[in-house]
Every structure is written in C-alpha cells, then in structure tokens.
Design a protein around this ligand. Sequence first.
Ligand SMILES: Cc1ncc(COP(=O)(O)O)c(CNc2cccc(C(=O)O)c2)c1O
Length: 291
Amino acid sequence: EQWIFLNNRFVKKDEAVVSVYDHGFLYGDGVFEGIRMYSGNVFRLDDHMKRLYESAHSIMLHIPFEKEELTELVVETCRKNQLQDAYIRLVISRGVGDLGLNPYTCKGAGVIIIAEPLALFPKQLYETGIEVVTVPSRRNRADVLSPKVKSLNYLNNILVKIEASLAGVNEALMLNDQGYVAEASGENIFIVKDGIIKTPPGYIGALEGITRNAIIELAKKAQLDIREDVFTRHDVYTADEVFLTGTAAEVIAVVKVDGRKIGNGKPGEVTNQLLTLFREAVSVDGTKVYV
Ligand SMILES: Cc1ncc(COP(=O)(O)O)c(CNc2cccc(C(=O)O)c2)c1O
C-alpha cells in the first residue's frame, strides 16, 4: 500500500487527488522539491527544505506548516512507506481558488508529499556518458521568473527536454540571455579544463542545485581547484571533461555536445572521482529515517 501525505493527512495512492480548481494545476502556481533517500538517509533534507521555503517566500506563498513540522512529515512519509531508497516529491501549490489567476482567491496552500521507490537512471549512461545539444530556448531571466525559484512552472525546462529529444539526445543545455551557459533542463553543469573545475555563478541564472553545492564542497575537501566562473559553448566544446549534477541524475558525464566530442569521448577522471566521493557522502550526510 502506498501512502501519500495530502494537505493534512495520509491517503492511499488512488485517493490522492487534487481539485481542478487548484492553481498549481491551472497555472503552475506553486513550488516543489525533488529529494532522494539513500539507505534510510534523506540526503541534505535541510538544504532542500530551506530552498523550498525560500522559493515559497519569493512568490508570496504561505506554507501552512513550520519548516520543522514539514521536515518531520517528509521523514514520516518515507517511514510510513517503509522505504530505504526513495525519490521524494514535495509540492506546495497555491491551492484551490476560482478560475481567475488571482492567487488571492485561493484559500490555503495545497501540500503534497510523495515518496516512491527510486527509478534510477540507466546504469550504462554512467559508463558511457551522455550526449547533449544546446537549444534555442534560453533559461528564463531573473526579471521574468527567477530560475532560483524551484516553481511548478517547468514549461521552460519541458520545452528544452522536447528540443533535446527532437535532436535525438538525452539532455540539453540552456544559455542565458547573454549567451553564457546556464544549466541543463533538470541539472547543473560543470566543465573541467587543465585541472580547473568550473560551474556557472548564481548571477548567470540557474537553480542553485543541492547536488551542485555538495559537489563544490566535496571537490574543495579533495583539494581540487573548483571555481564559480562563466563559460560559453566554446569553453564547453574545448573542455577536457563536462558533467551534469542533479538529485535524479547525481553526477553524469557528458561526452558529446553539439556533435563535438569532449576530451577522449569517455567519462573523465575528475568526473568519476567526484561521483565516487558523492556516492560515499549520500548515505551519511542527511536525516536518518529509522532511528
Ligand atoms: C532546472 C534545474 N536545475 C538543476 C537541478 C538540480 O538541482 P538539485 O541538485 O537540487 O536536484 C534541478 C533539479 N532537477 C530535478 C528536480 C526534480 C525532478 C527532476 C527530474 O528530472 O525528474 C529533476 C532543476 O530542475
């Protein structure tokens, strides 16, 4: 039996329904988090909760639980479903209102916590690496809808995903409006050149990824030279290594970009080293569900 937390109680999966007047559904008006649990440990749960509350605050969405309460409800949802390794989706919508887009007609935020057994990325993608293209769709500008807000408005990312599949590849890179590389549709990007690891700084316009931040910390601890710096498609094409990071993807090598082979066309040493360090970190750095 799968249990889902819905607004104020646990319901069975087939009873977990939302109203057609929910503004999360009607307008993508809401925020969400994608979180992972590894061997009974919810990785960096506090970081995810901090980002969720910041995103909600930024769009003036009041979450009807204290952060500590909602954090405990996430843990409880994992426990109630007796999961060890899980993908957790935490959604806060503006809630049920009338058909107009005015959020002030919504009486109270919708709260959803789903915890499911993990569907891993195909293993061989980590051995071979993936191919990506750069697409015409740019990352939304901060003065349109801040890419730092993890909102339910994922059409920018979904259109990029469509452009990737039309090009016959797994993922795609978005540039920002000045032409600098921002991120992929659901992951942050890193390049390695002459031993220096670079990832775009916050002002370029990308989600501040939890995995991105974990990789930066792990690289520094391993005495690797890692910096936040801008880069263009040329820097990606001529990099020794390229990799993407995200909760679902973890750390995945990119071996071809817009038809240009990256390095020797295989996942690079730094990429593999960081994936190993990341995999070691995930079962210790987080919140224990069964204690
Ligand atoms: C636009 C964007 N950028 C970067 C990341 C990586 O951030 P984290 O390291 O904090 O996860 C994300 C998050 N990526 C994400 C979130 C939820 C679902 C899926 C999916 O591919 O199903 C992807 C994202 O949506």
